[in-house]
Design a protein around this ligand. Structure first.
Ligand SMILES: Nc1ncnc2c1ncn2[C@@H]1O[C@H](COP(=O)(O)OP(=O)(O)O)[C@@H](O)[C@H]1O
Ligand SMILES: [Mg+2]
Length: 499
């Protein structure tokens, strides 16, 4: 199985303080909706499809806008303003300064009705001076006496006609506006120095520019959508959220690994479950050698209970303990298939008296692990698991094995794990970090706490943020915590070695 919790499990935590398990009416904190900076990066990484889709749609929208927009043409004319008189250098300088001072005003006048009304009439345009002004720019660079008038229009010829008409009309208007000197001489001569030519190629729209604008807008929408999805998503995605929500310790984190990498020989997988064994055993605190039973459960189906039960049992057996793995999920048994052992005889056969525990528990090759598979199908699995025969079986298993690991149905589907938990030493809650909703986990723990079960902690499975087996983490020595820091406290003394 590939599982690969990389980071060491903090076995001693300060905030939030874990609650002793199984207390009635425990109030556990809600998950905090805040996002740390690294979570933003993670949210964007997870939402990369939204980012790509937003960018592509933006580019397509930009190109579609370009295709639907009519081409525009731009034509320009240049008008030169010169002092009309100047016999001496001093007069010429004064005249030139006077003209330069007026250039910005002439530029403003160019787009006024005084100039544009006659142009509209002359060319026969169906527009108003105000609308026409929006297509005209008049640019007079500082310290020059040249005004460049540019006109944008959907017709190339029309752009040139309007530009030339505005230039001509501006000359007349400027002559009217400037006061005449002695003898009725106008102080400024206005001359067109470059008439507008009919443009051959359109100036807009620019597909590249529109595509770029579309890309930026689409990417921004994608980023917002990814962050919004992350904030609105109430899945229990990481250790911090799981611990804040449950008030329990995450005993190990198991990375999300695709099928092939989840091989039982995978070193990272084994490390993750050895860490679980260590943290679990440290918290157990039971006399060495006595049978310790742990119920592996979860809120909903498919979170990895069977996977966890098998891997925990293997890790316990690896340390030399005799371990019995029981498939107590009579509704959907899976362990026999997972370990390639026969389904019958099994648990239900023992419960109905068809066989004994000793005969039904099959040795798993190359380990001190035995499997009691589910056995023949039960009509009423709940009743079978709640029967006195089941209690007797658990007691016998505890006498004969160092550890008993029970795979059970999810809490929100059946009460089986809660019933079995009453007779077990600890309850492990598997949390699927890829899809479990906070409200489901809260409901599951609420039920476990109502039943006053000894909840050992959480196994965070399928954590996409955890380092995977391709990059094994540096080995860290597991820290040993005070049993209470693990959030549960049972009978005194079982160490990792004892298990
Ligand atoms: N860490 C993991 N990464 C990827 N897939 C996983 C992981 N753990 C379990 N799975 C897969 O999830 C599915 C459900 O796992 P299983 O242990 O049968 O869950 P449960 O017993 O809770 O229904 C299986 O296909 C299993 O291979
Ligand atoms: Mg299962």
């Amino acid at each position: 199985m590939s599982v690969g919790g990389a980071e060491a499990v903090p076995t001693a935590r300060t905030t939030p303080a874990p609650q002793p398990a199984g207390r009635r009416g425990d109030a556990y904190p809600e998950a905090t909706p805040t996002m740390q900076p690294s979570r933003y990066a993670l949210a964007l990484r997870r939402g990369w499809r939204l980012l790509v889709a937003g960018s592509l749609l933006g580019v397509l929208a930009g190109l579609a806008f370009t295709a639907r927009t009519a081409p525009t043409y731009r034509a320009s004319t240049s008008v030169f303003f010169a002092p009309a008189r100047g016999d001496t250098v001093s007069e010429l300088t004064q005249g030139s300064t006077y003209t330069q001072n007026l250039m910005q005003s002439f530029a403003k006048v160019t787009t006024q009705p005084e100039v544009l009304n006659p142009v509209i009439q002359k060319i026969g345009l169906q527009t108003t001076p105000r609308q026409l002004a929006m297509h005209i720019t008049a640019d007079a660079p500082l310290n020059t006496v040249v005004l460049t008038i540019s006109v944008t229009s959907s017709g190339a010829q029309q752009a040139a006609d309007i530009a030339n008409a505005v230039g001509v009309q501006l000359q007349a208007t400027v002559q009217q506006l400037t006061p005449s000197g002695t003898g009725g001489v106008r102080p400024i001569n206005v001359t067109t120095v470059a008439t507008a030519q009919v443009p051959q190629t359109p100036t807009g729209p620019s597909p590249l520019r529109n595509a770029l604008y579309g890309l930026i807008a689409g990417l921004a929408v994608g980023v917002l959508a990814a962050l919004a999805r992350h904030l609105l998503d109430d899945r229990v995605r990481n250790r911090e959220q799981a611990e804040a929500l449950t008030g329990l310790s995450v005993l190990t984190t198991v990375a999300y690994e695709p099928g092939r990498r989840r091989s039982p020989r995978n070193q990272t997988v084994q490390d993750a479950f050895r860490r679980l064994r260590t943290n679990f055993a440290t918290g157990l605190n039971r006399p060495a050698g006595s049978g310790t039973s742990v119920v592996v459960t979860s809120s909903i189906r498919g979170e990895g209970r069977s996977t966890t039960a098998v891997q925990l049992a293997r890790a316990l057996a690896e340390s030399g303990s005799t371990v019995l793995l029981v498939d107590a999920d009579l509704r959907r048994p899976r362990l026999a298939a997972m370990l390639s052992l026969p389904e019958q005889p099994g648990l239900h056969d023992v419960l109905v008296g068809g066989t004994t525990l000793g005969a039904a528990a099959l040795a798993v090759p190359h380990s001190s692990l035995r499997l009691l598979s589910a056995g023949r199908a039960a009509d009423d699995p709940g009743a079978a698991l709640a029967s006195p025969a089941m209690r007797a079986l658990l007691a016998e298993a505890a006498r004969n094995y160092d550890a008993v690991v029970l795979d059970t149905p999810p809490v929100l589907e059946a009460a089986d794990s809660l019933v079995l938990g009453q007779h077990a030493d600890a309850l492990l809650v598997v949390v699927d970090a890829s899809r479990l909703r906070a409200r489901d986990l809260t409901a599951c723990l609420h039920q476990a706490r109502l039943a006053a079960l000894p909840i050992a902690g959480v196994v965070l499975n399928k954590d996409r943020a955890a380092p995977r087996s391709a990059k094994p983490p540096r080995r860290k020595r597991p820290r040993v915590a005070a049993p209470r820091a693990l959030g549960f406290s049972l009978k005194p003394g079982l160490s990792d070695h004892a298990l």
